[in-house]
Design a protein around this ligand. Structure first.
Ligand code: PLP
Length: 393
């Protein structure tokens, strides 16, 4: 590569936060090369294949030349209608599929582009800490400033809106939330969302709710949608994903729902950047969203069994485990003599287990590690046995 090019990188990528996991990635690769049996509880990617009926819908649609053209920018009408019907069935949320739903190339794409529609240089955005990194990076790409809202265990990992100074709240333009939450696995109830609607109205803030894990819940307790709260549609947008629900992370399809003016702004950005989702993938998405939900029920049962093994056994070993009611993540307080980096390093070095240091999700993730349960129970049990053998916890 031309040695000058790195110096020519724009500030927006020069200034990206350092990639904290580089050293862990390097050590993991080294162990794999030595033939060590590494248990990777780091990546949050469903391990089971996409259900066959979804793949078949893609195959049929891919063969039809009508689907080979540029798709519509905002998504096929039929996909948006089915997405709206799904929101009505699942959450009781009524949506106008033409004005209040937009197809996304995965929810990450919509989340990353949304701030470009609202944030001018210097504008303030409220972002949870720890969090999925896209909220703050997308804010910075748009020239905005991040105000971090710490997620604390004593508040159930929900931002304490009362703690946000009035001046900051009045100045802020956007507020990002994500429940069920990655990385903490916390769930928000309706009462909390009601507080958020009230806060957003008082301070004229747009709420961006990331609902990627709305369908990965346990014990039959279905997490609410932000939009099912009265008044929420006047203040917010919600990002939905088919990735985690239907084991479709590689397919790149999701959708956003919310106030028509918010959807329209996102649409304006997208029209000038991408050209929509391959129609065959949207047909596969239609098959997924229209299905009776048995495949999702099956996955929930599977994740719940895995949760019970990993969370239950680690708790028995004396680790400080936050019991997940949703998502496929375990948020674990590290033992006293460690911080999040050194505990993750110990697990890798002494037990060949990959876990993600909490600090990688923001400063308030210090003191925690995240483990995923997207692998089979026997692997989770093996991980527990290795941790038990470490002893000195
Ligand atoms: C996985 C994930 C997403 C991205 O989902 P895609 O639809 O695959 O882009 C969004 N938000 C959170 C919190 C996630 O963990």
């Amino acid at each position: 590569m031309n040695p000058g090019f790195k110096k020519m990188w724009a500030n927006r990528i020069q200034n990206l936060p350092p990639y904290l996991f580089a050293e862990i990635d390097r050590q993991k690769q080294e162990l794999l090369q030595k033939g060590v049996d590494v248990i990777d509880l780091g990546v949050g990617d469903p391990d089971r294949p996409t259900p066959a009926f979804i793949i078949e819908a893609l195959q049929r649609a891919a063969e039809d030349p009508k689907n080979h053209i540029y798709p519509s920018y905002s998504g096929m009408n039929s996909f948006r209608e089915v997405a709206a019907q799904w929101c009505q069935r699942r959450f009781g949320v009524k949506l106008d599929s033409e004005r209040e739903v937009i197809t996304l190339i995965g929810s990450k794409e919509g989340i990353a582009h949304f701030p470009l529609g609202f944030i001018n240089p210097g504008d303030l955005v409220l972002v949870p800490d720890p969090a999925y990194p896209v909220y703050s990076v997308a804010t910075q790409f748009a020239g905005g400033r991040v105000y971090a809202m710490p997620l604390k265990k004593e508040n159930g990992f929900l931002p304490d809106l009362e703690q946000i100074p009035k001046k900051v709240a009045d100045e802020a333009k956007l507020l990002f939330l994500n429940y069920p939450n990655n990385p903490t696995s916390a769930v928000a109830n309706r009462e909390y969302f009601e507080e958020v609607v009230d806060f957003a109205k008082r301070h004229q803030i747009i709420v961006c709710h990331d609902a990627a894990y709305s369908e990965i819940y346990f014990d039959g307790e279905r997490p609410p949608s932000f939009l099912e709260i009265p008044g929420a549609k006047e203040v917010g947008i919600e990002f939905h994903s088919l990735s985690k629900t239907f084991n479709m992370t590689g397919w790149r399809i999701g959708f956003a729902t919310g106030h028509p003016d918010l959807i329209a702004a996102l649409g304006k950005i997208k029209t000038n950047i991408d050209s929509g989702v391959f129609q065959a993938v949207q047909w596969a998405g239609i098959a997924a969203l229209q299905s009776d939900g048995r495949c999702v029920e099956g996955m929930r049962g599977l994740y719940q069994k895995r949760r019970d093994v990993l969370a239950g056994e680690l708790q028995r070993l004396g680790l400080d485990v936050y019991w997940p009611k949703a998502s496929f993540y375990l948020w674990i307080g590290v033992p006293k003599k460690f911080d999040s980096m050194s505990f993750a390093a110990l697990l890798l070095k002494e037990a060949s287990i990959v876990a993600t240091p909490g600090i990688g999700f923001g400063p308030s993730g210090e003191g925690y590690i995240r483990m995923t349960f997207t692998c089979e129970v026997d692997r989770l049990q093996e991980a527990v046995d290795r941790i038990q053998r470490l002893g000195h916890l």
